[in-house]
Design a protein around this ligand. Structure first.
Ligand code: C2E
Ligand code: MG
Ligand code: MG
Ligand code: MG
Length: 290
């Protein structure tokens, strides 16, 4: 029969793009329900100053526990939501959720200095973002210095003049701004002189080969030196091993570390447990002041 021929034909000529398309459509369709039904939640990963072990900040990362697909990685669903425009609503949800959590932590006296929120490229330069940030800082009575925005190098390069203006406005509000995934955007370095960021996050790909590869090690060292000499706070992402820590801390200007070496991203309860245990065991009496 015809239909079976068609069916067979489709199997043989299986086109991964068709699968991707329907998968993407499903994601876009399901996200509204996910926002309303607790399928989305945040996890938190510390940024540590290896010299003293101080936890200097925390990055908030989004998780989606989908009832059919299981845990979907943000690396998969964020780009889909960016294409469809749904990312605006999801980011609003993320901002509100993180601000509420920060205000709870402050009430509980939990020790941390700053929480970072990832802002997707298309949202960075919108006036909607400024309004949502202002609304939530007011609603949860938060000082803006508790919040850092992470924006990717790629999104900045796409719209450099507007990005510079936007980052200036965030700084005027008292927010910190980090340039995320630094080194992956194939950009010229000239914009670093013009954009008023506070922090640079060096992408994990620059750490993976360290210290075994001499070239990778030399490159990482050069990038750290470049960024610290620009008086920027430097965070190295994706640090996993003692050997990487040893290499990084052997430098004169030690950057901050974010990676599985210290902790994977954890749900808020587990994160505060991690923080409290650490304060008691490793750093008695050193609850950080805000
Ligand atoms: P990112 O902002 O660069 O976040 C760092 C990623 O590296 C996180 O992946 C984190 O779990 C992972 N990571 C940290 N340390 C290690 C390590 O030692 N080893 C390994 N293998 N990985 C490590 P995650 O949570 O899967 O997020 C992936 C990307 O998805 C993020 O990259 C960010 O671009 C995006 N993303 C995550 N949450 C959000 C969000 O709330 N909003 C937006 N717009 N994007 C988000
Ligand atoms: Mg980030
Ligand atoms: Mg990154
Ligand atoms: Mg990344």
């Amino acid at each position: 029969q015809h239909s079976s021929t068609t069916y067979q034909h489709q199997i043989i000529e299986y086109d991964p793009d068709i699968h991707t398309y329907s998968f993407e459509r499903q994601i876009v369709q399901d996200i509204n329900r996910a926002i309303d039904s607790n399928e989305l939640f945040m996890v938190y990963q510390p940024k540590v100053w290896p010299g003293t072990g101080d936890v200097t900040g925390v990055e908030a990362l989004l998780r989606w526990n989908h009832p059919v697909q299981g845990m979907i990685s943000p690396g998969v669903f964020i780009p889909v939501l960016e294409k469809s425009g749904k990312i605006f609503e999801v980011t609003d949800w993320v901002i509100e959720n993180v601000c509420r959590q920060v205000s709870l932590w402050l009430e509980e006296g939990v020790a941390f200095k700053q929480v970072s929120i990832n802002i997707p490229g298309p949202y960075v330069t919108s006036s909607r973002l400024l309004n949502v940030l202002n609304d939530n800082l007011m609603k949860y009575q938060l000082d803006s210095r508790f919040i850092e925005l992470e924006i990717t190098e790629t999104s900045v390069i796409h719209d450099i003049d507007n990005a510079i203006t936007a980052v200036g406005r965030f700084r005027d509000m008292g927010l910190s701004v980090a340039l995320d995934d630094f080194g992956t955007g194939l950009s010229s370095l000239s914009y670093l002189r013009k954009i008023p960021i506070t922090t640079i996050k060096i992408d994990k790909s620059f750490v993976d080969g360290v210290p075994l590869s001499e070239k990778d090690s030399a490159l990482l060292r050069a990038i750290i030196t470049l960024c610290t000499s620009l008086k920027l706070k430097v965070v190295i992402e994706g640090v996993e091993t003692q050997e990487q820590i040893d290499f990084i801390t052997s430098m004169v200007e030690t950057p901050y570390i974010q990676g599985y070496y210290f902790s994977p991203p954890l749900p808020e309860g587990e994160f505060t447990d991690w923080l409290n245990e650490r304060e008691v065991v490793e750093r008695p009496g050193s609850i950080l002041s805000l």
